[in-house]
Design a protein around this ligand. Structure first.
Ligand code: MN
Ligand code: MN
Length: 460
């Protein structure tokens, strides 16, 4: 009897050559994290990587044949990459779908104001955050502004060493007696997460001197006016770089592991799949953190549009039935993170069904909250198929759910893909401090995800 199920630490299984592969792969991933801090930047980087690896824009191809590698970018915020398989596409596609949006602090559309001789930007946080974690932290401003003349201005301030950064202030501990007594939810309000952007007055202005000083800088440096904020998407993200953690450098700490760890590993896996049996697709979607809504999220019809277009370019014709047959025969790994057992916060986890850092990629049959509300609950038949592939390919994996039954919960894109009649299983890396500005992942788990995704593309 092999009693290592769910208890085998991946590091114990690596020889020195494989350990070197783990470290070198994670070095590539670290660079990716530091280049691609927003969903738009992930798309840019993914297109660059795709082109370097022989992929071309779907629009450039009139027909598709086995072995072709294409990508389709939807509104600069999600991307589908496909390698066309030898088998009839109607027999199904192997999908790995992850998300590339991460919790962050968005700048409001009318953000600029002054108070206490400081200029500030009002914000609206995006996704689930513990607000206190985002105060007293260096932040970068990254995004896109459409100026009144139609110019698209790309902004990135805070990422280079000599750039200034921005910051949300926090109350000094000396005067925080009342704050410390409050419930965390009440102590930190969304409206207090405003970002300090300057502190010099514009001497020539009659009023709003501090606000005016910032507007002048924006105008001189970027030809930007106050109204331009309305057509802007500016995101404040941690300025900190992804960094090795631990004396043994076994962990990688970074902003936005959720879910770039699955996005990057699945993208890398697809790059190495040549002339697969089944058409293999890596899809990186937006808006998962806010419910997968919108035309760049998983619930968007743009997904069926892209698959329909691929079918049409392979078959020379298209019908709704062909699309439905393709999806019905398809398999999907919903590649998203799970929570790793935290030594200080073990209580909300159910130990026997919780993920542990370093024990490999996590299979999560269902997510949801309480009585499995809001989950697709993968079919045992499909879980068996994946488990079997992983075992045959020597993948280190573990099985977990997200916390105790009554502890809370969450969902992934799995349910929306399952609703399209696809077999779906959640499968990704376990994180410590998920959704914090600095999340931790084991390099062993990152590497096992990459190997697992490759095994799925090859064998499913
Ligand atoms: Mn996620
Ligand atoms: Mn998340």
């Amino acid at each position: 009897m092999d009693l290592t199920y769910n208890t085998k630490n991946a590091w114990e299984t690596f020889d020195s050559a494989e350990k070197a592969c783990v470290f070198s792969f994670c070095e590539d991933y670290r660079n990716f994290l530091n280049t691609a801090k927003t969903e738009r930047l992930v798309i840019k980087e993914a297109v660059k990587i795709a082109k370097e690896n022989g992929f071309c824009d779907l629009a450039e191809k009139d027909t598709l044949v086995p072995g072709d590698k294409i990508y389709f970018v939807n509104r600069n915020k999600n991307i589908l990459l496909a390698t066309i398989g030898k088998e009839d596409i109607l027999n199904g596609i192997n999908f790995i779908i992850s998300h590339i949006d991460s919790p962050r602090i968005d700048i409001k559309q009318n953000p600029l104001y002054e108070d206490c001789d400081l200029s500030l930007l009002k914000t609206h946080y995006y996704g689930g955050i513990k607000k206190y974690q985002w105060t007293a932290l260096p932040l970068s401003l990254i995004g896109t502004v459409f100026l009144s003349d139609g110019t698209e201005l790309e902004i990135s301030i805070g990422e280079n060493e000599d750039d200034p950064v921005f910051c949300i202030s926090d109350l000094l501990i000396h005067l925080a007696d009342k704050q410390m007594q409050q419930k965390m939810f009440e102590a930190f309000k969304g409206e207090t997460l405003n970002i300090i952007i300057g502190s010099t007055p514009d001497k020539s202005s009659e009023k709003d001197k501090f606000k005016m000083a910032i507007l002048k800088i924006l105008n001189e440096k970027y030809s930007m006016t106050e109204e331009d904020f309305v057509s802007a998407e500016l995101e404040a993200v941690p300025s900190t770089k992804a960094t090795d953690v631990g004396l043994d450098r076994s962990l990688l700490g970074s902003y936005a592991h959720d879910d770039r760890v699955c996005a990057y590993t699945s993208l890398r896996a697809l790059l190495e799949i040549n002339e697969p049996k089944k058409t293999s697709v890596c899809l990186l979607v937006d808006k998962e953190e806010i419910g997968s809504m919108g035309n760049t999220g998983m619930r968007s019809a743009s997904f069926e549009y892209a698959i329909g277009t691929i079918i049409n370019k392979i078959k020379g014709n298209y019908s709704e039935l062909m699309l439905k047959e393709t999806l019905r025969n398809s398999f999907c790994l919903s590649a998203d993170v799970n929570g790793a057992m935290d030594p200080y916060y073990q209580e909300p986890f159910e130990k026997q069904n919780a993920a542990v850092c370093g024990r490999g990629i996590v299979i999560t049959k269902y997510t949801g909250s309480r009585g499995k509300s809001g989950t697709s609950d993968a079919n045992a038949e499909f879980v068996f198929k994946i488990r079997n592939i992983f075992n045959k390919e020597g993948i280190i994996w573990q099985s977990a759910e997200l916390g105790k039954t009554d502890a809370g919960g969450g969902g992934t894109i799995a349910q929306y893909v399952a609703n399209l009649d696809v077999e779906v299983l959640d499968c990704g890396v376990a994180l410590l401090s998920m959704h914090a500005p600095f999340e931790l992942a084991s390099k062993a788990d990152i590497y096992s995800a990459y190997k697992a995704y490759k095994a799925f593309y090859k064998n499913c």
